[in-house]
Write a protein that binds this ligand. Sequence first.
Ligand SMILES: [Fe+2]
Length: 287
Amino acid sequence: MKTTPLHPRFGVEVEQVDLSQVTAADGYDEIRDLFDRHLLLLFRRQALDAAQHLALGRLFGPIEDRSGSPDPIETISVVSNIDGDEVVGDEEDLRVLRNVANQQWHTDSTFLPVPALANILRAEVLPSTGGETEFVSTRAAWHDMPDGLQARIRERVIRHRFTHSVARASARLARLERYTKWPDQHWRALWPNPLTGEEALYIASHACGVEGMDDAEAQLLIDELVEFCTREEYVYSHRWQVGDVLIWDERATLHRGRPWPYEEARSLCSICISAGARDGLDAVRPG
Ligand SMILES: [Fe+2]
């Protein structure tokens, strides 16, 4: 596999690999090593179908299931404004508002009892302009952060709530059961990578509090931290092409969607993979 940097601090494009052919015995270990070291991997000109997308995800771990069903359901989440044959361009439509909520800097699934290790996102339908996905490395930003700011969060536990971020996009959206059903989750502010030993700030738009701090003070600190991590110099902006697959490390990055003309169709297919012990999950659980 040949790699080319996407950004000076993180991310690589990986060439000479057909993701539909990767197995546990052939190719996964190399991809996993690149994932732990570079945090964001781009594969162009892929043609994954839904079954191949899920099979690739399973190599990383269990596919995330938000259904609450006793029999786990492997879900591909379609991030889209298409409904049947129609494009939904109304900015008040809940599908569009979901995309607006995704335009806040976040990492996925911090509000779940088992958070995500990775997301594998592929582009199926793209608009003529806009709709980029932007990323930063919270490993790089944490490395660069001034000691004084680091000291204010290093030993802390951050509280995460799905409706906290969704309500900023739409109060109506935030009342839906799919968002309200998750109780608050608590995670240590730093997620050390078990392979490389590097720490990353584990924060998101879902962060609604810091243990031992009042909520107003905590929100100011959260905002200051996210602002530091998302300074322009840290941002990689991905302009999608059909056939692109991005795989990113949810433990050490933030991402956000960018707007596009909503009268144009756009559809991305996403799966999250849940984190486990080998991914350092125990280190981020408060004692
Ligand atoms: Fe996301």
